[in-house]
Design a binder for this molecule. Structure first.
Ligand SMILES: [Zn+2]
Length: 163
């Protein structure tokens, strides 16, 4: 008997309010895709994901730093960072104009400020492009941490600005 109670758990459609039965993918009346989401799921996945990324990054930095691979690998990561930054920025601009012409123009003329405001005020539009940019930033930090200090000493010997 307990099993059948579980099977007939009700999920209301977020659009038209029709009661659907748990397990339905789309609303029986309006065909909207039903959101069956555990509210704890997203923070949990993000949290575990961040811990895994941090551990793997730490391991990669520990293993590769000081080897001949460190500098070439870091340069490849910086290159990927710039590509992700470009894609994220362009995508954000497209989402800006999709949200409204004012957001789009704001992004063109005041990108550094408006891009952050856009993320805070319109996360539905801005979050995914921003995640691409963030991924690039994380790669940049990992790459920078991989490079051994001796690399900067060499640059300084050639008269580079002090790192
Ligand atoms: Zn519906």
């Amino acid at each position: 008997m307990e099993q059948s109670e579980f099977q007939y758990e009700i999920i209301n459609c977020q659009k038209c309010g029709t009661a659907n039965i748990k397990g339905d993918v789309r609303c029986r009346r309006c065909r909207t895709r039903l959101k069956v989401r555990n509210p704890l799921m997203v923070p949990l996945v993000v949290g575990v994901g961040l811990v895994v990324v941090a551990l793997l990054s730490g391991l990669a930095i520990y293993v590769i730093r000081g080897t001949g691979l460190a500098v070439p690998l870091a340069l490849i990561m910086f290159f990927i960072t710039s590509i992700l930054g470009f894609i994220g920025g362009l995508w954000l601009l497209v989402e800006g104009f999709r949200a409204s012409p004012i957001w789009g123009l704001g992004l063109i003329f005041f990108y550094p400020i408006v891009s952050i405001l856009f993320l805070i005020l319109k996360p539905d539009y801005a979050l995914k492009p921003w995640l691409v940019t963030f991924a690039g930033m994380i790669l940049f930090i990992i790459g920078a941490l991989m490079i051994p200090d001796s690399f900067f000493e060499v640059i300084n010997q050639f008269g580079g600005a002090g790192f």
